[in-house]
Design a protein around this ligand. Structure first.
Ligand SMILES: [Zn+2]
Length: 490
């Protein structure tokens, strides 16, 4: 193990990293092969007392020194002290705040990794093949398209560096690697840190992929996530905060929306663009005289559902803008957190949960709207991800077909499961009722939030909604872009 071979005291080790590349005219570099590991290091003279002025001599560490404390456990001086000394040694201006110095870099041939010991403590290990594959030079990487130019067919996956050095700069260290064909790669400390393979770094990065889901029930009506439409159109931070709420809660009420058509598209264009479906770019929900392909275009009660389950890539998010609301009874929207309902089902009725996560249901949409269409998809009512977490709800009594590809004796248990899920959804504690006013717009996660509508009388004035869809890929993309532009942390 290359890191445990030398016996330097903390202050001496400090010098090893800080002077390795900047004082090569005065100090020699040393190479040694110990226990099959190639180790390169420089060390100050052991009889010197002033590390800032003394001349160093090169020492090759012998096998008798292999019992030393591993560097990763060593105690280092405070960063500020280190930086002052580093500046004095390399003659450069102060090391920039937050920049990291590589105290030592070496090759670990047994593990086929470059090991980097950081000034702030800790060691990172970078596999040889990964370093070669991710060389950032213009021959290997196009910075404009941010894409790799080294193709797998040209990559030697068994390549080993012939040399590694630490290059010290005011902005922090970089790692220089020389390959057998003479090619040289340079990796900035920050770039390496962001890609660290340590258990801690891997678990930190894993958090970025974990959704921060806030489950809710009917009580959300008293604490409804809200957004101001004009702010969403002009303020990127407001748009970002809105999308964060949409992601975690799965439902946001947007207010102060002009009461005319086209607002849904305006909002979608601020995020990315509308998702075109068989209903067209946008759709209108009104009591049409000839409803044709969808019961939404009537005044009857609409059961809780998610939209377009018949699509392989069903829309991720739905927007419904209330342009005009009926003045009579009814026309309220019911909204249910499907993740919350499914979690309750899992707890209360594991058999039903298992059936709905395993049995495939056929969903169909056939009709004539934007064009003549025939969508058909088989899917689970409750989908889990590879961590067994609830990932998506696909529920619609309206579009679930009569064809059930199940052995007959499994049909009754399937209905029992579906009924149990529906019963939980409809519990007063879970089902939020919202009668949108003209000028309001709800945006909700179509993979999670089920929506329905109470019946209303078509004689009590017009009820006019305009709807549209967006996809999560575009939403997440926009969130990352705003986050980077505005420098939003976490
Ligand atoms: Zn390169």
């Amino acid at each position: 193990m290359a890191l445990s071979v030398h016996l330097l005291r903390p202050w001496q080790k400090l010098l090893v990293g800080s002077t390795a590349s900047v004082m090569t005219s005065k100090w020699s570099r040393c190479s040694s092969v110990l226990s099959g590991n190639r180790v390169r290091m420089v060390e100050k003279s052991p009889n010197s007392t002033d590390p800032e002025t003394s001349q160093g001599v090169c020492t090759i560490h012998g096998k008798q020194q292999q019992q030393a404390t591993p560097i990763s456990r060593a105690v280092f001086p405070p960063q500020a002290v280190f930086k002052r000394r580093f500046s004095a040694l390399c003659g450069s201006s102060e090391v920039q705040e937050g920049a990291l110095i590589m105290e030592k870099v070496c090759l670990n041939e047994a593990a086929r990794m470059v090991e980097v010991e950081w000034s702030g403590g800790g060691v990172s290990r970078f596999p040889y093949v990964w370093l070669r594959d991710n060389c950032q030079c213009p021959q290997c990487f196009n910075p404009d398209s941010r894409s790799r130019l080294v193709l797998m067919s040209d990559l030697d996956v068994n390549v080993s560096p012939v040399d590694v050095t630490e290059v010290s700069q005011a902005k922090g260290s970089s790692l220089s690697v020389e390959w057998p064909d003479g090619h040289k790669s340079r990796y900035d400390w920050h770039w390496l840190k962001e890609r660290c393979f340590s258990t801690q770094a891997l678990s930190e990065r894993q958090k970025d992929w974990q959704r921060k889901t806030q489950l809710w029930g009917a009580e959300l009506a008293h604490n409804m996530p809200k957004a101001d439409f004009p702010a969403l159109l002009t303020d990127d931070r407001a748009l970002y905060d809105f999308l964060v709420r949409l992601d975690s809660v799965g439902l946001v009420l947007v207010q102060n929306v002009p009461c005319d058509v086209g607002q849904v598209e305006k909002l979608a264009n601020r995020v990315a663009f509308l998702k075109h479906t068989c209903s067209g770019k946008e759709f209108v929900v009104m009591n049409k005289t000839k409803p044709g392909s969808d019961v939404a275009y009537t005044s009857v009660k609409l059961g809780l559902h998610t939209d377009l389950n018949s699509y392989t890539y069903k829309p991720g998010v739905q927007m419904l803008h209330c342009i005009e609301q009926t003045t009579g009874e009814g026309g309220d929207n019911s909204l249910v957190d499907g993740f919350n309902a499914a979690s309750q089902l899992k707890e209360e009725n594991p058999d039903a949960f298992r059936i709905l996560t395993t049995v495939k249901v056929n969903f169909r949409h056939v009709g004539m709207d934007y064009h003549k269409y025939f969508h058909l998809k088989r899917r689970n009512v409750i989908s889990l991800n590879d961590q067994e977490d609830i990932q998506s709800i696909s529920y619609s009594d309206q579009s679930r077909t009569s064809i059930l590809d199940l052995p007959a004796d499994l049909v009754q248990p399937f209905y029992d499961a579906l009924k149990a899920f529906n019963t939980i959804m409809c519990l007063p504690r879970n089902c939020l009722s919202l009668k949108m006013a003209a000028g309001e717009l709800i945006v909700f996660d179509n993979n999670r939030t089920l929506h329905g509508r109470s019946a209303y009388s078509p004689d009590s004035g017009t009820r006019h909604l305009q709807g549209g869809y967006m996809d999560w890929d575009e939403i997440y993309s926009r969130m990352r872009a705003i986050k980077a532009d505005l420098g939003i942390e976490a």
